[in-house]
Design a protein around this ligand. Structure first.
Ligand SMILES: [Zn+2]
Length: 113
């Protein structure tokens, strides 16, 4: 049984007692428990997101002018990674000036960048 359902059960029991002031306090407490539960969930989601960024940071290898991950020959966009911590594979454009292009930020790169 969760803490929220426990609080609701206690509120129901107190309601049956007919003590309005106690019931009001229990309802207030129940609201605070729900709020804390939501905050806890948000913090847990933030921790997961931060762990994901940490894991990706450990994966990314800088080989000028691109980032790569082990076992993946397609380069990642350095500006997208360095400014937003998102991994965006570059698309081969095939022209001399911009051999690789980022589909996210549209920056073009070549091996000399
Ligand atoms: Zn980019």
């Amino acid at each position: 049984m969760s803490i929220i359902s426990n609080a609701k059960e206690i509120a129901d029991l107190v309601k049956k007692l007919g003590d309005i002031e106690l019931y009001r306090k229990i309802i207030e407490l129940e609201g605070e428990i729900i709020e804390l539960t939501h905050e806890k969930r948000d913090v847990e989601e933030e921790i997961i997101a931060l762990k994901t960024v940490i894991n990706k940071t450990q994966e990314m290898n800088w080989k000028k002018p691109f980032y790569y991950t082990e076992g993946d020959d397609t380069p990642f966009c350095a500006p997208c990674w360095e400014t937003k911590k998102i991994q965006v594979h570059l698309k081969f454009a095939g022209t001399l000036m911009d051999a690789w292009k980022c589909p996210n930020c549209n920056v073009g790169f070549n091996e000399e960048s």
